[in-house]
Ligand binder design. Structure first.
Ligand SMILES: Cc1cc2nc3c(=O)[nH]c(=O)nc-3n(C[C@H](O)[C@H](O)[C@H](O)COP(=O)(O)OP(=O)(O)OC[C@H]3O[C@@H](n4cnc5c(N)ncnc54)[C@H](O)[C@@H]3O)c2cc1C
Length: 449
């Protein structure tokens, strides 16, 4: 055990906890059954941006030590794996055998446990839903015992765990259905749009044609209109669609980081002017329309993984990622939010827009049928707190919500508005954790525990 300061990926709001490193499932379950004062929480690879994987003054279980694959059926692609395994580890083992994870976020460096606790989504949400929709069962260590749950076995607990931010128990293992792939390359179409409305129209009309879609949007344009964007959409390529030199090893997968950011970066390296120059170059570099470009998995799905420790670019004060979803029909809110961010001259390097498919039964699962917008914002931006609070209120009024895996600052009263089924989630949590053993900084801040 060590006493350590922990942060999320955004490096704001550090807090110290006793970090335990269990190496067996029994040790994990024992730590949950006999927790220290101020409770216990699982932590994966710390890729949630805010304080979801922190437990100030209490215990944090580093869940990454238990990461073995217990069963894999190469005919069906059904995998049973310990929750501490990372998606990077799974892809390295399984892509060469022709299988891909059903849902991947923008980084491979998340654990299966973290994927379940945040019920993560990817570029294919409109087609495939979120991570937990591909889980047929999981074993959960709760303060009242270890249980196996699934969509057909204690579904209330299963769905409360999907997006439940680790507050219903520690996931030990999960059984997940993988996606067969003929090659490890994506066939990608790129389009540029000159403003937000054009981007939304292009995304809407292409929903049925593409497995994976996303748009990078510029909310700080030096020239042109707010929301000018680069839209990339694609699917996995068939072998005969690869250039001949790649056909001999169609499942090749060996991504490496290209560069690393040094530990000490000044606070204002990413200032408004540099970000604007980057955004301009990014937009101009993209083709106005390109069809069928062959891209590697890492280039298409995980470009940020090419830069090790890129979160340090924002300097020691860190950054926030604000991600919201608003239902279809609330496009006016989306436009208003984008324009307010632009008017405030918020230096956002990465703005992402995507269409979600239908929500699943998880009361705290983030995706809902509608649009999701996500922006990175340096924590040093003046007036950021009041700005984001105004935007939160607009989003809540439109029936939308903030993504808890990214959150570091939401006002607790808005949580109830954004997640109207919170009461159902609380009932399940009270059943499995009547004494409030599972604790996190996020949970206390938002009144979840
Ligand atoms: C570059 C980048 C891109 C991203 N892109 C996306 C994206 O496209 N879509 C998306 O949905 N998310 C995205 N994320 C967010 C990320 O997928 C989630 O925050 C995910 O939960 C992180 O997993 P982790 O293993 O790092 O978990 P941590 O950040 O360590 O923990 C996150 C939560 O999971 C809980 N947890 C961890 N392990 C367990 C366990 N074994 N049992 C129970 N609870 C557990 C923790 O208690 C905590 O509440 C991105 C993050 C980054 C840094």
């Amino acid at each position: 055990m060590s006493h350590r300061e922990l942060t999320g990926w955004g490096r704001t709001a550090p807090s110290a906890a006793d970090v335990l490193t269990p190496v067996t499932r029994d040790e994990v379950a024992a730590a949950v059954a006999h927790p220290p004062a101020r409770g216990v929480l699982a932590r994966g690879l710390g890729r949630s941006y805010g304080d979801a994987a922190q437990n100030a003054g209490g215990a944090v279980l580093d869940a990454t030590m238990v990461d073995d694959v217990t069963a894999f059926d190469p005919d069906t692609g059904v995998l049973t794996v310990a929750a501490g395994a990372s998606l990077d580890h799974l892809m390295r083992a399984l892509v060469p055998r022709g299988w891909f994870v059903p849902v991947t976020p923008g980084t491979r460096h998340v654990t299966v446990g973290g994927a379940i606790a945040s019920d993560i989504h990817g570029k294919n949400h409109h087609r495939a839903g979120s991570w937990c929709q591909h889980v047929s069962s999981l074993r959960l260590a709760t303060p009242t015992g270890t249980v196996e749950v699934g969509p057909d076995q204690d579904p209330d607990l299963f769905w409360a765990t999907a997006g439940g931010m680790g507050l219903t128990g520690v996931v030990l293992d999960a059984t997940v259905s993988l996606t067969p792939i003929a090659t490890s390359r994506a066939l990608v179409d790129t389009d540029r749009a000159d403003d937000l409305d054009t981007c939304m129209a292009v995304l809407t009309e292409g929903d049925d044609d593409y497995e994976y879609t996303v748009a990078w949007v510029d909310l700080l344009p030096a020239r042109g209109r707010v929301g000018r964007s680069v839209i990339t959409r694609g699917r996995f390529a068939e072998v005969d669609e690869l250039p001949s030199g790649q056909r001999r090893d169609p499942h090749r997968f060996d991504p490496q980081p290209l560069v690393a950011v040094p530990p000490l970066v000044p606070s204002r390296l990413l200032n408004r002017w540099r970000i604007q120059a980057f955004n301009e170059a990014w937009f101009r570099r993209a083709p106005r329309e390109r069809r069928g470009e062959v891209q590697s998995i890492s280039r298409f799905f995980h470009p940020l993984d090419g830069v090790m420790d890129w979160n340090r670019l924002y300097g020691p004060r860190g950054f926030l990622q604000w991600q919201v979803a608003v239902p279809f029909g609330a496009e006016e809110t989306l436009r208003a939010v984008a324009h307010e961010i632009a008017e405030h001259r918020v230096p956002t390097l990465i703005g992402v827009l995507k269409r979600f498919g239908p929500a699943n039964p998880g009361p705290l699962s983030f995706p809902l049928a509608g649009w999701t917008l996500c922006v990175d914002i340096p924590a040093t931006v003046e007036g950021l707190g009041p700005l984001l609070e105004r935007l939160d209120e607009r989003v809540a009024a439109a029936g939308g919500r903030v993504y808890l895996a990214k959150d570091a600052r939401l006002r607790p009263d808005l949580l109830e508005v954004m997640y109207p089924r919170l009461g159902e989630w609380r009932e399940v949590r009270d059943r499995v954790d009547p004494d409030g053993v599972l604790q996190s900084d996020l949970g206390r801040r938002l009144g979840l525990c």
